[in-house]
Design a protein around this ligand. Structure first.
Ligand SMILES: Cc1cc2nc3c(=O)[nH]c(=O)nc-3n(C[C@H](O)[C@H](O)[C@H](O)COP(=O)(O)OP(=O)(O)OC[C@H]3O[C@@H](n4cnc5c(N)ncnc54)[C@H](O)[C@@H]3O)c2cc1C
Length: 364
């Protein structure tokens, strides 16, 4: 088989680069994907009850990057959707991120915006140097809110106390000194009208894009003649783990369907202190679908399983730096996406990085 370009992985990174190669360069491209579907982690599908679910956890598109928004808008229309998250604390459902409403509900108060600013300023802890995720939180909101809303959630999510995690995990605690309870403040937010899988299918409608599913690229790559390999899989696997395995956090997803219209008050409810799961998503509240039943998802973070979130410990950052040195020496391989670059990317950030890589490395 002969293809000028071969892409490993049919996630958002792989499909974006394939789309650019086919539609801008007019070249043929083969996409090899080990799962039985395209889309990577943004994949969504209808379950046995006909409810649209996000198979790998809730995905909400939000960005301030106009170019990325316009790029993706070529492949989908968007449902107007402003994400909202509640957090179950001390028997109350309080809005996230922290806003005037959150403080008033948490402490049964009726403070004004200025009074909330003062309330938080009085509780913020002065730390000599902000070096851990705990420092980030307590220096902004103080010990009590940190313990009620962040500490146990982080322990569940990462299996480690925030005092042992560097600042990249809780990099900032957004606090809204107003009554805006939307989760994201970005200019462009929405849900693809017909879902993410449809968006992905539209990205690769060009006949020059061929997709091979259910195939680990190592099974076939020696039989393919190509000039450039674009790799979006895990870096350590690419190099046969020669510097050791890179750590990731994984998640066990547990879906439940109920015969009732509505399950909870918001699309996502966080459970920082109760139960073993971190949060519950109710899909109909994301997609706007109407149905007499409703499907929810409970997320149980764990160490083993599919790699979802890079685990940014010092040891693993150093290990990745070794791989990175080798990656830079590759002449005919381009590494893009969250697995190959070992970093957490939101959807807009991954598309941005791929559009940039395309301009810099493939398009002249
Ligand atoms: C639980 C969760 C929730 C998220 N929520 C949001 C959100 O709300 N908003 C947002 O903007 N972003 C969100 N994200 C991030 C979003 O999923 C990523 O930005 C996006 O999926 C990255 O795309 P990618 O192509 O880099 O990686 P992936 O989607 O992981 O795609 C990589 C693909 O490569 C394939 N592959 C790996 N190894 C091989 C191999 N050896 N051979 C062949 N194929 C291989 C994989 O099967 C996979 O399909 C979330 C992520 C997670 C995990």
């Amino acid at each position: 088989m002969k293809f000028k370009y071969v892409v490993v992985g049919a996630g958002l990174a792989g499909l974006t680069i394939a789309e650019r190669i086919a539609n801008v360069l007019g070249e043929k491209v083969l996409v090899i994907e080990k799962r039985n579907h395209i889309g990577g982690n943004v994949y969504d599908s209808y379950n046995e009850d006909g409810i649209l679910i996000h198979n790998y956890g809730p995905h909400i598109f939000h960005t301030n990057d106009k170019e990325v928004y316009e790029y993706l808008s070529k492949f989908t229309q968007w449902n107007v959707f402003w994400h909202r998250v509640l957090s179950y604390v001390d028997g109350n459902l309080v809005p996230m991120p922290i806003s005037v409403e959150t403080i008033n509900k948490l402490y049964n108060l009726n403070l004004s915006t200025d009074e909330v600013e003062d309330f938080l300023a009085k509780r913020a802890v002065e730390v000599p140097e902000v070096t851990t995720s705990k420092d980030v939180a307590i220096s902004k909101v103080g010990i009590d809110i940190y313990e009620k809303m962040f500490k146990n959630y982080t322990i569940k999510q990462w299996g480690v106390d925030p005092a042992e995690l560097d600042t990249s995990v809780i990099s900032r605690i957004p606090v809204r000194l107003n009554r805006d309870t939307r989760y994201f403040a970005d200019k462009y937010q929405g849900m693809p009208t017909n879902g993410y899988t449809k968006l992905c299918e539209n990205m690769i409608a060009n006949k020059n894009i061929k997709v091979m599913l259910n195939t680990d690229y190592k099974e076939v790559i020696d039989d393919i003649e190509y000039e450039k390999l674009i790799y979006t899989g895990p870096t350590d696997y690419f190099y046969d783990y020669k510097y050791g395995k890179l750590a990731y956090r994984s998640i066990n997803f547990k879906f439940e369907t109920y015969t009732k219209e509505s399950y909870q008050e918001a699309p996502v409810v966080n459970y920082p202190n109760d139960y073993d799961f971190t949060r519950i998503t109710e899909f109909k509240k994301l997609t706007g679908q109407e149905h007499h039943k409703t499907t929810i998802l409970k997320e149980f973070p764990c160490a083993e399983g599919e790699p979802y979130y890079p685990f940014p410990t010092k040891e693993h950052k150093e290990r990745f730096a070794k791989y990175e040195r080798d990656m830079k020496k590759e002449k005919n391989v381009v590494f893009i996406g969250r697995l190959a670059q070992y970093r957490y990317y939101n959807m807009d950030a991954v598309v941005r990085s791929v559009l940039d890589a395309f301009s810099e490395e493939l398009n002249g």
